[in-house]
Design a protein around this ligand. Structure first.
Ligand code: HEM
Ligand code: HEM
Length: 182
């Protein structure tokens, strides 16, 4: 962790925040569509699943990069007028978001890897990501539920997080401005 906190977020931290936010919301919406496309549209279904997996792998890579930046550079202090209780709640909220941002794509990867259909993840639609587990109907059935439930938890936590950010902004706090413009 840096010795003294930076005055604001770096451009890279801000870009990654918004790219990850977009990626999560996009993948969440796409998952709803792709699982409802009929098997008679196999090519479209395959393409939508590949986009979902690609965006998910990108989200995981971007979140890991964010965590490295957080460890090396730190983050700006929360506004001094925020109560100790609210600061603790913000810390818990952010830690929950980071944990879910890692867990959801990893569970997605394991869902895919244990799937009896053995459809590979083609990163950037060209590079095959190896399946590191054997196929297993039982594990797949469990992991698909866990992936879905944690994704819903991520969506709801992110929604609450965004609402809180907007409420603070409307009360004159600079936190949203800092995440938007630095
Ligand atoms: C931020 C990242 C991700 C989010 C928010 C997300 C969200 C979801 C959700 C909500 C579902 C359930 C859809 C439904 O049943 O209605 C789903 C399904 C699925 N996801 Fe993800 N996912 C993410 C990343 C990944 C990754 C990285 C992979 C694989 C590398 C993946 C593979 C899958 C697969 C294979 C299914 C479909 C399972 C089935 O056929 O029922 N996901 N995802
Ligand atoms: C899926 C959507 C989102 C995810 C996963 C997400 C994730 C995160 C995470 C993990 C942090 C913590 C940064 C840190 O302490 O290192 C953060 C900060 C922040 N986010 Fe989001 N975010 C999302 C959407 C949004 C939206 C829509 C808004 C605004 C409306 C927003 C506004 C902010 C602000 C202002 C901060 C800085 C808060 C502070 O200074 O403590 N986020 N976000």
């Amino acid at each position: 962790m840096a010795n003294s906190p930076p005055a604001s977020w770096s451009a890279a931290q801000r870009w990654l925040h918004w790219l990850v936010a977009f990626g999560v919301l996009f993948d969440f919406a796409l998952s709803w569509v792709m699982t409802r496309v009929g098997d008679n549209q196999a090519l479209l279904k395959f393409a939508l699943y590949q986009v979902h997996k690609n965006v998910g792998v990108f989200v995981l890579a971007a979140v890991l990069a964010r965590l490295v930046m957080l460890a090396c550079r730190g983050r700006p202090d929360l506004p001094a007028d925020l109560s100790a209780m609210n600061k603790r709640l913000a810390l818990i909220g952010h830690a929950t978001l980071y944990a879910l941002l890692v867990i959801v794509p990893v569970l997605g990867y394991l869902t895919n890897s244990t799937s009896p259909s053995r459809i590979p993840v083609l990163f950037l639609l060209a590079i095959p990501v190896p399946n590191l587990t054997p196929p297993s109907e039982a594990w797949y059935d469990l992991l698909v539920q866990l992936h879905r439930l944690t994704a819903i938890a991520l969506f709801l936590t992110a929604l609450a997080h965004a609402l809180i950010a907007v409420i603070h902004h409307r009360r004159g706090s600079p936190i949203l401005r800092h995440m938007w413009r630095g």
